[in-house]
Design a binder for this molecule. Structure first.
Ligand code: DGP
Length: 120
């Protein structure tokens, strides 16, 4: 827990968010600024600032984060139509909140041109 981290505050129920899943390691909630009809954030409870801070012993956690994202995609009926998982890393990667999170985006046809800077 890091006191000034908004995602730690959400995980600890000190700030409101629409939580859609939680277990002993992972919490998922709706993004407050949705970029698609379904926009969820899948977050480890442990405060890991960013992707580059992951260690070899976190491999299982990363697998679980992806597994939870896939389960949520099924729950939100995205598994047939398709969806996108995104992790922004660092300043030039567009990361704003420095608590590791996966974005799960779906519910509309997302631009295939994300790498050309047209976003979602
Ligand atoms: P990123 O750029 O990858 O760090 O994305 C951070 C996301 O977090 C961004 O899409 C907006 C979302 N977000 C920021 N603050 C809050 C909050 O207080 N509540 C919720 N639910 N989402 C937040």
């Amino acid at each position: 827990m890091t006191a000034d981290c908004i995602f730690c505050r959400i995980i600890n129920k000190e700030s409101d968010a629409e939580i859609v899943y939680e277990d002993e390691d992972i919490v998922a909630f709706k993004d407050v600024y949705p970029a698609a009809p379904v926009h969820l954030l899948i977050v480890p409870r442990r405060h890991i600032p960013t992707l580059v801070d992951l260690k070899e012993e976190d491999t299982l956690l990363v697998g679980r984060l992806v597994g939870v994202a896939n389960d949520l995609a099924r729950s939100f009926d995205l598994d047939k139509s398709g969806y996108r998982l995104v992790i922004n890393c660092g300043r030039e990667g567009g990361q704003v909140v420095y608590h590791l999170h996966l974005h799960l985006l779906g519910g509309k046809a997302l631009s295939p041109a994300i790498a050309r800077g047209r976003g979602v």
